[in-house]
Design a protein around this ligand. Structure first.
Ligand SMILES: Nc1ncnc2c1ncn2[C@@H]1O[C@H](COP(=O)(O)O)[C@@H](O)[C@H]1OP(=O)(O)O
Ligand SMILES: [Mg+2]
Length: 348
C-alpha cells in the first residue's frame, strides 16, 4: 500500500485536532448566550486544529518536501490586536499535546504556532505531493453544537490519493433521517481511505475499523438525500425540485460539513447535492477528503455536468454549477434530473 505511512500519520493528526476541537466546543456550549455570539472560540479551534495537524504530519513524516494547502494563514494572528487570541491558541495546543501524553514534547512557542499555521500556505497544483486541510469544516455547525469535520486529504500528481475525515459529533450509527439531531450517540466517527484500498470507518478514538460501502439502491423512492444545513450554502429550492423529479420520497437530511460524505460512504443516505448560490467558488479542502472517502466506498462524485472534480488546478475547484454524489446505479437518473431542473429554472 503505497500511502500507508502517510495514512497512519494523517489519522493521528486529525484525531489530535479533533480532541482540541471537542474541548473548545464543549466549553462553548456550556458558556452563556452572550459569549456564544463571540466568534473567538471557533477562530481559536480553527487555528489550533491546523497547528496540530501540521505539527503531527511534520513530526511523523519527512518534513523536507512538506507542502500543505490549508484554509488558514497567520496574517491576522500576527497583528497586535490578536495577541490574546494567539496566547489562547498556543495554550490550547500545548494543553492538548500534554493531555495526549503519548510522547514528551517541548511546549510550542507562539512563534512555532505561527510557523505551523504558515506551513499550510502552499497553492497545491498538478505536480508532487500536497496535503489539503480544512481544520474545521462547517464552522456554522461547530458554533451551533452540530456537525463539523476535520478534513485532511493528500494529492499526488494532482489526484487525491488519501483522505481522512474526523467527525466528532457524527454518531457511528446511521443518520438516515433528521432524528440524528436528537441522537444520544455522540461517540464520533472517523473515515479513512487510500486509493485502490477501499474506505474504512471506526469510532473516533477506537481501534477497530470496518470497511464501508455506499448503498446499492437503484430505487430513488428509497433514496434519502443529504444537503447543507445552512440555506446560505446551497439552493434548497433547487435540490428539492431535483429530488422531486427523481422520485425521492423522503425529506432531505440536513448536515453541516463533509460529515455528509462520510455518512454517504457508509450508506446512511444515497445522494448528496450541493448547489451554492451564484458567485461562490468551491475550495479543494472542502471536498478532497470527502471525495476519496466516497469514491473508495463505491460512490461517484461529479459536478452538475457529470465531470469528475479536478483537484490539480490550485486552491479552487472549477465546477459546473454544483456538486452531486451518489452510487453508480443512481447517477444517470440523478444527472438527468439535475439537467432538467436547471433548464426549468433558467427558463423561469
Ligand atoms: N456562501 C457559501 N456557499 C457555499 N459554501 C460555503 C459558503 N460559505 C462558506 N462555505 C463553506 O461550505 C462548507 C460547509 O458547508 P456545509 O456545512 O453547508 O456543507 C464549509 O467549507 C464552509 O466554509 P467553512 O469551512 O469555513 O465552514
Ligand atoms: Mg470548509
Amino acid at each position: 500500500m503505497p500511502y500507508n505511512k502517510e495514512l497512519e500519520a494523517a489519522k493521528k493528526a486529525v484525531s489530535r485536532a479533533a480532541r482540541l476541537c471537542q474541548r473548545v466546543q464543549e466549553a462553548l456550549l456550556q458558556s452563556d448566550v452572550q459569549s456564544k455570539s463571540d466568534k473567538t472560540p471557533v477562530t481559536v479551534a480553527d487555528y489550533g486544529s491546523q497547528v496540530l495537524v501540521s505539527f503531527v504530519l511534520q513530526k511523523e513524516l519527512s518534513s523536507e518536501s512538506f507542502s500543505m494547502v490549508a484554509e488558514e494563514d497567520s496574517g491576522d494572528l500576527r497583528k497586535e490586536e490578536s495577541s490574546e487570541t494567539l496566547r489562547r491558541i498556543t495554550e490550547l495546543v500545548n494543553d492538548t499535546l500534554a493531555t495526549d501524553g503519548s510522547e514528551s514534547i517541548n511546549a510550542l512557542s507562539q512563534e512555532d504556532v505561527l510557523s505551523f499555521i504558515d506551513s499550510g500556505k502552499s497553492d497545491g497544483g498538478s505536480q508532487g505531493r500536497h496535503w489539503v486541510l480544512d481544520p474545521i469544516d462547517g464552522t456554522k455547525g461547530f458554533l451551533r453544537g452540530g456537525q463539523y469535520a476535520i478534513a485532511l486529504g493528500m494529492l499526488d500528481e494532482g489526484k487525491v490519493v488519501l483522505g481522512v475525515l474526523a467527525c466528532p459529533n457524527l454518531p457511528i450509527t446511521s443518520v438516515a433521517s433528521n432524528d440524528y439531531l436528537t441522537s444520544l450517540d455522540k461517540i464520533g466517527s472517523l473515515f479513512f481511505a487510500q486509493v485502490g484500498e477501499g474506505t474504512y470507518m471506526q469510532s473516533l478514538y477506537g481501534s477497530q475499523s470496518s470497511k464501508v460501502h455506499v448503498t446499492g439502491t437503484e430505487n430513488p423512492e428509497e433514496a434519502s438525500f443529504f444537503e447543507s444545513f445552512e440555506a446560505a450554502h446551497t439552493m434548497h429550492d433547487l435540490t428539492s425540485l431535483i429530488a422531486k423529479k427523481l422520485g425521492v420520497k423522503v425529506p432531505p437530511v440536513r448536515i453541516d460539513s463533509q460529515a455528509k460524505y462520510g455518512a454517504l460512504s457508509r450508506g446512511d443516505g444515497a445522494i448528496y447535492m450541493r448547489f451554492p448560490h451564484k458567485g461562490y467558488r468551491e475550495k479543494i479542502w472542502d471536498h478532497a477528503a470527502g471525495c476519496i472517502v466516497v469514491t473508495e466506498a463505491g460512490g461517484v462524485v461529479t459536478d452538475a455536468a457529470g465531470h469528475p472534480l479536478d483537484f490539480s488546478k490550485g486552491k479552487h475547484l472549477d465546477v459546473d454549477t454544483g456538486i452531486i454524489v451518489t452510487n453508480q446505479k443512481l447517477m444517470p437518473a440523478l444527472l438527468k434530473a439535475v439537467r432538467e431542473s436547471l433548464q426549468e429554472k433558467s427558463s423561469l
